[in-house]
Design a protein around this ligand. Structure first.
Ligand SMILES: Nc1ncnc2c1ncn2[C@@H]1O[C@H](COP(=O)(O)OP(=O)(O)O)[C@@H](O)[C@H]1O
Ligand SMILES: [Mg+2]
Length: 201
């Protein structure tokens, strides 16, 4: 079983991924918690590059290929081997993030990104994706960018959010939309319910 968490920054992905991993570990599931970018040794270096390169110093396409390089290594080194061993993999972000951010957010061709995603993952998709949806305004409340999101950023995150909502609409079987403004424990309960249903329990 492969699960991913998606949503804009501060939507609660890490909070929910940690809560779910704890819950499943307690139940005896062999859980592997991982993330993109930065789920491998190479990925950590790529993440540093992404985080520390000023936006005007890297093109959208350059950024896209950094994420794809990270993903190829992540699938090959962590996700596939773990799934082969029968582990339950929880990834904090995966392919949908690239479609939402670089596609809808930065305006790169969405079909092209989808095809590249397919190439670097060899078609491996999560069994379930939990999309935590919040209004970008909530990001500032949760402390994004020293409490101040600039207008350009706000519009960018609005496009990313809309992109994620479109993805949820296109893949309703896989992508489960959750209201990220609810209490963390409430969201976690909803996630468990969906997961148990998927596991046929
Ligand atoms: N459902 C929630 N309601 C209110 N605050 C939350 C909720 N989920 C997470 N937070 C808080 O918001 C911030 C960002 O959460 P985090 O899980 O790190 O988000 P992400 O990984 O999506 O960036 C943290 O300070 C976290 O404690
Ligand atoms: Mg996080």
């Amino acid at each position: 079983m492969f699960i991913s968490f998606e949503g804009i920054d501060k939507s609660g992905k890490t909070t929910q991924a940690v809560l779910l991993a704890k819950y499943l570990k307690n139940k005896g599931y062999p859980v592997v918690s991982t993330q993109e970018p930065g789920g491998t040794c190479l990925g950590k270096k790529i993440k540093e590059l992404i985080l520390h390169t000023p936006r005007e110093k890297i093109s959208g396409i350059g950024e896209l290929f950094l994420y794809l390089t990270d993903r190829y290594q992540h699938v090959k080194e962590v996700i596939e081997p773990s799934l082969e061993k029968g582990r339950l993999v929880i990834s904090d972000r995966y392919t949908d993030a690239t479609v939402a951010y670089q596609g809808y957010g930065r305006g790169l061709d969405i079909r092209w990104i989808e095809n590249l995603n397919k190439k670097v993952t060899r078609g491996l998709l999560p069994d379930l994706t939990f999309l935590l949806d919040i209004d970008p305004k909530v990001m500032s409340e949760r402390g994004k960018a020293e409490d101040r999101i600039e207008q350009e950023d706000f519009l960018f995150y609005t496009r990313v959010r809309q992109g994620y909502l479109q993805i949820a609409k296109s893949f309703p079987e896989r992508v489960k939309l959750l209201n990220g403004r609810k209490e963390p424990q409430q969201i976690s309960l909803e996630i468990r319910k969906i997961l148990h249903k998927k596991l046929g329990e």
